[in-house]
Design a protein around this ligand. Structure first.
Ligand code: AMP
Length: 618
């Protein structure tokens, strides 16, 4: 069992090296630290006072990548190569996004599978994780520039509703950017920490965190007991934010000026200018009673009362989400002790008023709402650095624990720095028809290939009844108990066969060895990621070859001769490329085979539907 204090104090952390807190936002990102003298959290600012880095990546000619304000300049002029809102893509499949496809001006790839989306820029494909790593790298470099010291360790925040794979993708993005991500924490937890909530061990509180940003709205209800933050419920709208306020103002002006759809479609720069003016009007009206401005020789005049009437329905929507969150948590407004305001849109007075009236509580809004999450991440970083003695002795897993999956990849079940006791489970299946046993190999470490990690144990789950590949459901669960003992259990859910094993992950491992494993994982991050991507593409290729061959052997009389020849050729090509090709080449060959088989697979499906309908009696 490891204590955070011991872990950090193994000698590897130089006294003056900061652990930074990073708010990796949908629209903007920022970095905060604990000020060495004042001991309070502060955000890092450039000389010009800028703290926010727009979460935007632009790919220019000659592989020139720019991030932040520089990338933002390309939003209008080069929309296909300017990637914004990457956070919305994290851990998502195309299916998850298709209702909002018009939102993205760049190419989000649909490969007709359940797998995760990629962004296509020219000939290249980027995963959301890779794109986020560009932003994190920029933040790291900025922090190093401002602090004049290397920055290699960070705490990164994510929304409370992020699932395991979205958290893992964020962690991997940090790793690829050269950061050792000490912990991923929830944004509402960070906001609470920024206000000092949860720092007192005796404290028991229920807190509502109302987070209204540029493009998203989240409400989270947390219970804080003795320094532990438990998410009771979350709700929100991932496509509702301050940008919608701007749109309402713009719509109002367009109506006033009597402009038509066609006039707007041809005059893109007018629309853009109007959008910026609308935002300016909104911000002005957060402090003044009236706004007046000019766009293309037309006047924009708006009073605060008019603005409030325009956006009231949107604010009401957020209050409705608050009601749902409370009811999901089984609570009423009476049960909420504090309300914390996060996000730039909470500066709008009617927003604050509505939230205050709804909860009938004092509202925490003294900190800058754009900065509060990053500030809290810095507080958490400070706790991990061992500077807050009260919270020093949280038990955590010092290295990730996982099992080997196809192609020798490490599948992490309990990420490093998880608080223990910890429990988690994931379902796996068989690769071959009639497979009756499954080998479970347990590993510890941060590298993507298990061969670079430390093997802890291995056992065979036997007695799986004969079933076609992919049908058995084997649930592997990891439990690290309070003594740091790991119990791994594998159970085939259809038949109930079960096997388990106990291991001591820390046994025989010194702090120096733990440290070395962590450092290796950072220095090898890029190679590891590339290797993982290659192995995943290879695995996908082998599976596709197998399913296509199975399909053809069952339905060959249904295919034309030409289709058969073309398919066999494509399989032959893929069989060779999978051995010698790069990730991109393999993906291209996969796509090629898919293209060939899609028409007849669809035809067969249509036929099956027709037959089914024909036999139906009404
Ligand atoms: P965030 O995503 O938290 O950075 O919030 C950004 C949103 O806050 C954008 O829609 C901004 O227009 C909005 N915002 C920033 N400052 C103000 C302000 N003073 N009044 C109203 N909205 C603001």
């Amino acid at each position: 069992m490891a204590k955070i204090g011991i872990n950090i104090a193994t000698g590897s952390l130089q006294k003056n090296e900061m652990i930074v807190g990073i708010d990796l936002g949908t629209t903007n990102s920022l970095v905060a630290i604990i000020h060495p003298e004042s001991k309070g959290p502060i955000v890092l600012k450039e000389h010009d006072g800028a703290a926010l880095v727009p979460s935007i990546v632009h790919f220019g000619a000659n592989n020139l990548v720019s991030v932040g304000d520089k990338a933002k300049e390309f939003l209008i002029e080069d929309p296909h190569n300017t990637i914004f809102s990457v956070k919305r893509l994290m851990g998502k499949s195309y299916k998850d996004l298709k209702d909002h496809s018009s939102y993205f001006t760049y190419k989000v790839i649909d490969d007709n599978t359940e797998s995760l989306v990629k962004v296509q820029v020219g000939e290249k494909f980027y995963s959301p994780m890779e794109l986020s790593s560009f932003i994190l790298k920029e933040l790291k470099e900025r922090a190093e520039h401002i602090l004049k010291t290397p920055v290699t360790r960070a705490v990164i925040t994510v929304p409370a509703y992020f699932n395991d794979s979205q958290r893992q993708a964020t962690r991997d993005a940090g790793k690829l950017a050269g950061l050792d991500v000490l912990r991923i924490i929830n944004e509402p937890t960070a906001a609470s920490l920024a206000y000092g909530l949860g720092l007192n061990k005796e404290e028991v509180k229920t807190v509502a965190i109302y987070d209204f940003g540029g493009g998203t709205f989240d409400i989270s209800i947390l219970r804080i007991t003795g320094g532990i933050f438990e998410v009771l419920s979350t709700n929100g709208d991932t496509y509702l934010g301050g940008d919608d306020f701007d749109r309402e103002i713009a719509k109002y002006c367009i109506k006033q000026w009597g402009l038509t759809e066609t006039e707007l479609t041809v005059n893109k720069s007018l629309v853009q200018e109007l959008r910026l003016t609308a935002e300016e009007a909104k911000k002005t009206l957060s402090g003044a009673e009236n706004y007046s401005g000019i766009v293309a020789e037309s006047e924009v005049a708006l009073s605060k009362a008019q603005f409030e009437a325009l956006i009231r329905h949107l604010v009401n929507k957020t209050i409705h989400c608050c009601k749902l969150a409370l009811s999901d948590a089984g609570l009423t407004t009476e049960d909420i002790d504090e309300v914390i305001m996060v996000g730039g849109s909470t500066r709008v007075p009617i927003v604050k008023e509505s939230v205050g009236n709804f909860f009938r509580k004092k509202i925490f809004d003294s900190l800058n709402p754009d900065e509060v999450v990053a500030l809290g991440a810095a507080v958490q970083a400070d706790i991990l650095a061992g500077n807050n003695k009260d919270l020093l002795l949280l038990d955590i897993t010092p290295l990730s624990l996982g099992i080997e999956t196809m192609g020798g990849l490490m599948d992490v079940l309990i990420p490093r720095n998880s608080k223990i006791p910890a429990k988690t489970g994931r379902q796996y299946t068989t690769q071959k028809d009639g497979q009756s046993s499954m080998r479970i190999s347990v590993y510890q470490g941060e590298r993507d290939l298990v061969k670079n990690n430390r093997k802890l144990a291995e056992f065979n789950l036997t007695g799986i009844p004969g079933m076609p590949a992919g049908l058995p459901k084997v649930e592997v669960s990891f439990l690290v108990n309070a003594d740091g003992i790991l119990v791994v259990t594998a159970k085939e859910l259809r038949s109930g066969v079960m096997q388990s094993i106990e291991v001591k992950p820390q046994y025989g491992l010194t702090d120096v060895e733990v440290e070395k494993m962590l450092l290796d994982s950072i220095s090898q991050a890029k190679e590891d990621m590339q290797m993982r991507a290659l192995v995943e593409a290879q695995t996908e290729a082998y599976q596709l070859i197998q399913t296509t061959q199975n399909f053809i052997s069952k339905n060959d009389n249904f295919l034309t001769k030409e289709e058969l020849t073309k398919t066999f050729q494509a399989i032959d090509v893929l069989n060779v490329i999978v051995l010698y090709g790069s990730k991109d080449e393999i993906q291209k060959a996969i796509e090629n085979l898919n293209e060939i088989s899609r028409p007849y697979a669809e035809r067969l499906m249509d036929d099956a539907v027709r037959v089914a309908l024909k036999n139906r009696t009404i």
